[in-house]
Ligand binder design. Structure first.
Ligand code: FES
Ligand code: FES
Length: 181
């Protein structure tokens, strides 16, 4: 009568035979050089196809204004503009954004002059820790351009993809209304 150990060993051998020997790890696709236009400046960076726009900005171009909050499209901290439209940069690949005009929070001010939305956020005290603020401001710029800042309810609806863990929402809404005026 076979022992429990012999049965287990035989089973293990069968599994190994069925799966075959372990092969080499799947090779990573090679990096390729792409040119991304960010804040009016062309950056040539070598990226693997899997690299998100957020990682390319933060780790290859040293533009750390866009924040990595969740890295899965839930918080909006990574919001940037692509050809004037807001996108979550953690949800898009850098290689897909060649030829577009990317704007990050670093590109909003003109020299020492802050963008009106940045000024309104300061005036209305619309942040605490600041983690969500670059994404909130980039979204607010787009919301105003889209014509979706007509009332507090409309602002809340169209800014709902940007979360604030400090719960500064009343001040953020006030800042967007202030800037829209
Ligand atoms: S980091 Fe992109 S949505 Fe949260
Ligand atoms: S100010 Fe802290 S997360 Fe929004």
């Amino acid at each position: 009568m076979p022992s429990r150990r012999t049965v287990l060993q035989a089973g293990g051998a069968t599994v190994v035979t069925a799966l075959g020997p372990p092969g080499p790890a799947a090779a990573e696709a090679p990096a390729r050089e792409i040119a991304l236009k960010v804040n009016g400046e062309v950056h040539k960076v070598a990226v693997e196809p899997r690299v998100t726009l957020l990682d390319a900005l933060r780790e290859r171009m040293n533009l750390t204004g866009a924040k990595k909050g969740c890295d899965r499209g839930e918080c909006g901290a990574c919001t940037v503009l692509a050809d004037g439209r807001r996108i979550k940069s953690c949800l898009t690949l850098a290689v897909m954004r060649e030829g577009e005009e990317i704007t990050t929070i670093e590109g909003l001010a003109s020299g020492d002059r802050l963008h009106p939305v940045q000024e309104a956020f300061i005036r209305q005290d619309a942040f605490q820790c600041g983690m969500c603020t670059p994404g909130q401001i980039m979204s607010a710029v787009a919301v105003i351009q889209e014509g979706h800042a007509g009332s507090p309810d409309e602002i809340r609806e169209w800014m709902s993809g940007n979360l604030c863990r400090c719960a500064c929402y009343p001040n953020i809404v006030a800042a967007v209304r202030d800037a829209a005026r």
